[in-house]
Ligand binder design. Sequence first.
Ligand code: NAD
Ligand code: GLY
Length: 359
Amino acid sequence: MIQLRVDLGQRTYPIMIGQDLLSHPQLFLPYLNSSHLMIVSNHTVAPLYLSKLQDCFPTLKQSLHLLPEGEQYKNVDAVMAIITTMLQQHCDRKTTLLALGGGVVGDIAGFAAASYQRGITFIQIPTTLLSQVDSSVGGKTGVNHPLGKNMVGAFHQPAAVIVDIDTLDTLPRRELVSGLAEVIKYGLINDYDFFCWLEDHIDALLARDHAALVTAIERSCSNKARIVAQDEREQGCRALLNLGHSFGHAIEAGLGYGNWLHGEAISAGICLAARLSCAQGWLDRQQVTRICGLLKKTGLPVRMPKELSAQRILALMSNDKKVACGRLRLVLFHSIGDCFVSSDFDYKKMQDCLGQPPG
Ligand code: NAD
Ligand code: GLY
């Protein structure tokens, strides 16, 4: 097993990465606050992995809440439903919540943990590639609003993140590919060597080679842990993690949550950020080809969806959390492995890039 750490003073926590971790209660026990566990999962993941997790704790009281399947249910009603179950089950401030599932389960359950009686301990047990490399780490929890993605939420760090890569064996291929968008993002932001490694190993990752997956997850989580430790509340460098997200979130909200997967939307957003950086003269064309080439080879979209006009995307982006003083801030490229945040780009060039016909 590999163990990384997110260094946040008293709230420092481990990320454990390995095979068959769900069968090892000793990994969980140091992070359980009391003898009452609240497990939150969904109707897809529970039949696959819930009993394995439950079997770890035969002597503890276990309560369960299963969420409906899908991004379209990532809303405040889902949080209220968890809280209702917790009250009915007499959960108290010492109850530990375990979030078993992908990023949707983790984000909703994390927000319930942040809110319940002003905050209880929770453990992330991510079961998709995307949640293993991104959403389970860093303490961003929350839900969507019809007018904008992740608009309601809180920073609430988990007590531990337990990544059992065996869970990836049952993940649908489209979800695996979606997760790879966030993996590639880390290479693009500030890890050129990792980007080159990904170019060489993308076929192994798509074939779910366990050794390649462990390397990709470890490298992604180390990158994220380092950035979060420097800037937990996104006052500075953490904003880099949002590469492609301003455009991507607009796609998700504009098409209706759940139509394009998160990673798919981020991929199209990354390509748009690359084209805009090139139009600005900051990134050379060859690198744009390389960036979009790797995403395309992975099986990800590299163009905006044809159903959304440039105007509609711009309107949706005006609600983005990265808007500061009325000015949109984007993550853009100097080169592969060297991104920066800027509001100092030509708005007309962005409109032109958005207006290019989808290919
Ligand atoms: P998801 O949670 O919807 O999971 C994808 C699908 O796979 C779902 O149908 C799920 O039930 C199923 N699934 C999960 N694990 C499985 C397994 N092991 N085997 C078979 N099926 C399985 O999607 P996701 O990509 O994990 O997460 C996307 C969400 O994460 C979005 O809401 C996004 O906004 C959020 N996110 C949050 C952060 C953060 O920092 N909090 C970062 C990135 C993304
Ligand atoms: N996924 C972006 C962040 O965690 O900051």
